[in-house]
Write a protein that binds this ligand. Structure first.
Ligand code: DQA
Length: 148
């Protein structure tokens, strides 16, 4: 089983960027923890981060062909990118939306996600641990879909 961990704009700065909100762990550290859990669960985690909307669209299309599920933190695109929403809707594998911060407890413009209606589910506000929970959830979604 292959799961894509897809991170959008500014998430490359994790650890340095607003640490009071996003924590002090860098993206590489978070990715390493996901890889370890993946090894434990017997699944492969693939990683991609981009600050560019079109690159994220392209990677979503590729994932539809190559991976079994996606864990997606679209960053600020969450709140307005219909192109990313349409890309998630266009592929048939499940996508779990994730946010490090609790988007509902922050500025009003962050309260709305255009991705959520086409996502299998959403995790928000649990920090890097959310990615690990999402990985477990993604594995169980894929297993269930293979069973039935
Ligand atoms: C974020 C929340 C977004 O509102 C913000 O633009 C981000 C990160 C999060 O992980 O909490 O870049 O997706």
């Amino acid at each position: 089983m292959k799961i894509l961990i897809l991170n959008g704009p500014n998430l490359n700065l994790l650890g340095k960027r607003e640490p009071g909100i996003y924590g002090s762990r860098g993206l590489k550290q978070v990715d390493d923890e996901i890889t370890s859990l993946g090894n434990e669960l017997g699944v492969r985690a693939d990683f991609f981060q981009s600050n560019h909307e079109g690159e994220l669209v392209d990677r979503l299309h590729q994932a539809g062909e190559n991976e079994d599920a996606i864990i997606f933190n679209p960053g600020a695109f969450t709140h307005y990118s219909y192109a990313l929403r349409d890309a998630v809707a266009a592929i048939s594998i499940p996508c779990i939306e994730i946010h490090l911060s609790n988007i509902y407890a922050r500025e009003e413009f962050r309260h709305h996600s255009v991705i959520a209606p086409v996502a299998a589910g959403q995790i928000s506000g649990l920090g890097p641990k959310g990615y690990l929970l999402a990985l477990r959830a993604a594995v169980s979604l894929v297993e269930k879909s293979k069973e039935g």
